[in-house]
Design a protein around this ligand. Structure first.
Ligand SMILES: Nc1ncnc2c1ncn2[C@@H]1O[C@H](COP(=O)(O)OP(=O)(O)OP(=O)(O)O)[C@@H](O)[C@H]1O
Length: 244
């Protein structure tokens, strides 16, 4: 039996301003539970915009003109409250500064579980667990503002994992990590997939996305390729799309 589609994107088009430039053009695809899907494409092709649509940031916070449909675990992102969506989709933004606002890393990770009114002991367990998973115990009492770009992404990832979403949308989270940390986080993503999480990964580094089961390629806001990650070995095809 085929795995359930946890993300359904159906004829999605989007402009940031009514009547403005169309950024996403008639995108349709589905993602099954437990898949790692990489979204590739040249700078400006709409990868981050698509991520924002998947997490409901578009249209809930950024407005604009959206047509078509994005369903997350069967919920339409336009109709579903953003707080509800955040329990299903954990997003780490390309610019992690936009999602970090607490005085310490520990507080940042505890923030959402506290808002869910979880018991203090449970919150402490969750914070310890995700700090361990992401390997940031040494940053626990640091102010997120003082961290490097890569470290901020790790803190945002830990904060998202503390919410226990079934889907992760990670926008260039691996890009700024050094090789050893990148390897650890890659292994973590594979472990999360084994536990049934669905992961959507935007990266420019083709090497970093070889863990993906599937690759989607955007060009000028259009989906021009949707195939297995083995296409990453096809140098001619990649060069043809200016990815090499
Ligand atoms: N808030 C915004 N308002 C208006 N236009 C925007 C906004 N954010 C992005 N854009 C435009 O949308 C287009 C797609 O941007 P997007 O960030 O989604 O591309 P990307 O593929 O993620 O690029 P990169 O790889 O450089 O991160 C670009 O032309 C960009 O200038």
């Amino acid at each position: 039996m085929a795995a359930a589609a946890v993300v359904v994107v159906n004829k999605l088009s989007y402009c940031y301003q009514q009547g403005g430039k169309q950024i996403l053009k008639d995108l349709s695809f589905t993602v099954e539970q437990g898949q790692i899907v990489a979204i590739l494409g040249l700078s400006g092709c709409g990868k981050s915009t698509l991520c924002l649509c998947l997490g409901g940031i578009i249209p809930h916070y950024l407005g604009g003109a959206i047509t078509g449909q994005v369903l997350i675990n069967g919920r339409d992102t336009v109709d579903c409250k953003i707080a509800r969506l955040a329990l299903e989709v954990g997003m780490v933004f390309q610019d992690a500064d936009t999602q970090l606002f607490s005085p310490t890393v520990e507080d940042e990770i505890a923030f959402a579980p506290e808002n869910l009114c979880l018991p203090p002991e449970r919150i402490r367990q969750l914070v310890d667990a995700v700090i361990g998973m992401v390997g940031i115990n040494h940053l626990r009492y640091e102010n997120p503002n003082n961290l490097s770009g890569g470290q901020k992404h790790l803190v945002a990832l830990a904060a998202v994992l503390a919410m226990g979403p079934s889907i992760l949308v990670l926008d260039e989270v691996l890009a700024q990590l050094d090789a050893a940390v990148k390897k650890n986080i890659t292994e973590l993503l594979l472990e999360l997939r084994r536990r049934g999480k669905t992961i959507i990964l935007v990266e420019h580094d083709l090497e970093a996305v070889t863990i993906a089961d599937r690759v989607l390629l955007l060009e000028g806001g259009m989906l021009v390729m949707d195939g297995p990650s083995s296409i990453l070995r096809n140098k001619e095809l990649l060069a043809g799309h200016k990815l090499l």
